[in-house]
Design a binder for this molecule. Structure first.
Ligand code: DX5
Ligand code: ZN
Length: 220
């Protein structure tokens, strides 16, 4: 089984409360919040004030994906703003283990985000300090990109790596997920699946979330 995590990056920001209510009605329990700084990735999105507002507006799990340089400077601030989960890119943080510990101590689940071109080997040392790995299946920066097919094999290898070490780390996958590929992704072991344009792009977020959950459950 998996949880669907709608990415509000593709939502209508002038009507966020409505958009959230719609995905919740479709069965989503998580909200994926993409924070971009225009430095680590070539795009600028939203930050702490939006997380604070979301926290007041919903009891859904707020999953904050930090695509920013020096995430160690900001990660705990996102927990204080109300995030339940915070992921930081290992490519952006030379002190990853320290950042993960700080996120946990602040009371949230700590995640390691990893780009498509980054080897799983780089996870080895920090993995025991993470609650989840956010496996990028597109290069971060924009919604609406295509799923990189080789990331399915990477997902399977990550699943093996975690189970062979007896760790309880969950896997979240992010980028290019739609109703056509979600079954294969779920069957490869993703426990949390992010979807942005597939949820908000067609104008029917409630139906889209239901469809993704159904399509992803088909493989079982
Ligand atoms: C990409 C973001 C994703 C994005 C997913 O940099 O991290 O969360 O919003 O959007 P889709 O589902 O459209 O690929
Ligand atoms: Zn994301």
């Amino acid at each position: 089984m998996f949880e669907i995590a709608p990415s509000i990056l593709s939502a209508d920001f002038t009507r966020l409360a409505d958009e959230i209510a719609k995905v919740k009605a479709g069965g989503a329990k998580m909200l994926h919040v993409d924070v971009m700084d225009g430095h680590f990735v070539p795009n600028i999105t939203i930050g702490l004030p939006v997380v604070k507002s979301l926290r007041k507006a919903t009891d859904m799990t707020i999953d904050t994906h930090l695509m920013i340089s020096e995430p160690g400077r900001y990660a705990v601030q996102f927990v204080k703003a109300g995030a339940d989960m915070v992921s930081v890119h290992l490519e952006a943080d030379p002190h990853l283990q320290r950042t993960l510990v700080a996120i946990r101590e602040a009371g949230a689940k700590a995640g390691i985000a990893i780009n498509p071109g980054t080897s799983l080997d780089t996870l080895t040392e920090a993995l025991p300090y993470a609650d989840f790995v956010l496996l990028m299946s597109v290069n971060p920066g924009f919604g609406g990109q295509s799923f990189i097919p080789t990331m399915l094999d990477k997902l399977r290898r990550l699943k093996d790596m975690i189970s062979s070490r007896g760790l309880a780390v969950k896997i979240e996958i992010d980028g290019g997920v739609d109703a056509n590929n979600i079954a294969e992704i779920a069957s490869a072991g993703a426990e949390m699946i992010v979807a942005g344009s597939a949820v908000f792009g067609g104008g029917e977020p409630t139906a889209a979330v239901k469809q993704l959950i159904e399509a992803g459950t088909d493989w079982a």
